[in-house]
Write a protein that binds this ligand. Structure first.
Ligand code: ATP
Ligand code: MG
Length: 384
């Protein structure tokens, strides 16, 4: 008799023909998430089962599998040899202290002399004689106890199904790059795209010495938190100081943010292409700030020529974004007070509805190609 963990797939069940490659990715990701823990992993009837681990590691394994995208839920189960008396005895531990319960039996082993309903009745009867104050309720029980009688000669008993992160296995949608600031939004955007199966890379722009090393460290820390959801995270740190200085010097103040965004996008696109990423993600949300209007987004977008730009937060309220940030563990880090490069030289009145032709005209005062290639020549790569 031993404790095991049953893992259920999520949406990949729906994927018909591609299912085996999704499953292979999921399996790789589970193994990666459990690195350093001793266990064995088997596939069994549309589920995975984690066995042979030390009980002391149970909590850690649960913590890690909860974050694996593509898993729907898990249960900690008791695995025991199929024997009715033994089942009756062990089921007792799963009964509620008070209220109602039901046994839900699945008998895969057709050689077992009792059918599912008979097994449920036997177990229910024995449970009631052990705890006569409890009641059976088949429709809305306080506790449902699942008994899975397998063909291999053993049975699983479990009660709670604990939800995992859902989504698609990271990697099955390819790779993408996120513009990662130190703010609340972009880490959430990265999380949401990783949840759709993209292995995310990040690019962060900093303006040392106008921004402190602490501001950069904060982004590295955020990237580390994100790495737990996708098995590693590669962050490109790009110096934006010279670019910001030149925009400040040569372009109208109110266009500063728009032009900065356009150059960030160009650099992100080059980094994406160089690393096999098929999309760019940002943390923009419509109307949150001046640079997040339809007009601003149009002007920013036109600099990206060959990749789709994903804005998974575009229709979300700040409160909703904050809630996700708290759930995924990035919020407390994001609200640390170090300044972002965007706040350096910040104009008092940024343009809200930039006109593309005026922005292009202002930008023509810069040697954009030179600025972009110089920035790209000096990228720091941080692997987490
Ligand atoms: P965030 O909370 O993600 O910083 P925000 O609400 O502060 O977003 P902006 O500062 O306008 O909004 O930034 C919009 C998006 O541009 C960010 O979500 C991020 O994707 C990108 N971005 C902004 N600053 C940087 C930076 N220094 N490095 C990389 N990306 C950035
Ligand atoms: Mg920001």
């Amino acid at each position: 008799m031993e404790k095991v963990i049953l893992l259920r797939f999520g949406e990949i069940y729906l994927k018909g023909k591609n299912r085996s490659s999704f499953e292979k990715q999921l399996l790789d990701n589970i193994k990666h998430a459990l690195k350093g823990v001793k266990y064995s992993l088997n596939r069994m009837h549309g589920r995975y089962i984690i066995e042979n681990f030390a009980l002391d590691d149970l909590f850690e394994i649960e913590r890690r599998v909860k974050r694996v995208f593509g898993l729907h839920s898990y249960s900690v189960a008791l695995k025991l040899p199929t024997d009715l008396d033994l089942l009756k005895k062990e089921c007792v531990a799963f009964l509620p202290d008070s209220g109602t319960f039901r046994f839900t039996v699945n008998r895969a082993d057709k050689k077992f002399p009792l059918n599912s309903q008979q097994i449920a009745m036997e177990l229910g009867g024995s449970a009631l004689s052990y705890a006569p104050s409890l009641k059976v309720d088949l429709f809305t029980p306080d506790k449902e106890i699942f008994v899975d009688v397998r063909e291999e000669g053993y049975t699983f008993i479990f009660s709670d199904k604990i939800l995992c992160a859902g989504g698609m296995p990271v990697g099955c949608s390819g790779k993408g790059i996120v513009l990662l600031s130190g703010g609340i939004d972009s880490p959430v955007a990265a999380y949401r795209m990783a949840k759709r199966g993209l292995k995310m890379y990040g690019v962060h722009f900093h303006s040392f010495p106008y921004t402190s090393p602490m501001a950069k460290q904060k982004v590295v820390d955020l990237a580390r938190i994100l790495s737990a959801y996708q098995g590693g995270f590669e962050l490109f740190v790009v110096s934006f100081t010279e670019i910001q200085r030149q925009i400040h010097e040569k372009c109208p103040e109110e266009y500063m943010i728009t032009i900065m965004r356009r150059i960030m996008m160009r650099i992100a696109e080059r980094l994406a292409k160089a690393n096999g990423c098929g999309s760019i993600t940002t943390g923009e949300s419509l109307a949150q700030v001046a640079s997040q209007t339809q007009e601003s987004i149009l002007v920013t977008n036109e600099t990206v020529e060959t990749l789709p730009v994903f804005r998974p937060l575009i229709g979300m309220d700040k409160e909703e974004i904050i809630q996700t940030a708290r759930e995924i563990g990035t919020f407390d880090k994001s609200i640390e007070p170090y300044e972002d490069c965007c706040t350096v030289f910040l104009p008092k009145f940024p343009v809200i509805k930039p006109k593309p032709e005026l922005i292009r005209e202002a930008e023509s005062k810069l040697d954009v190609e030179k600025l972009v290639s110089e920035a790209l020549a000096d990228v720091e790569i941080i692997k987490l």
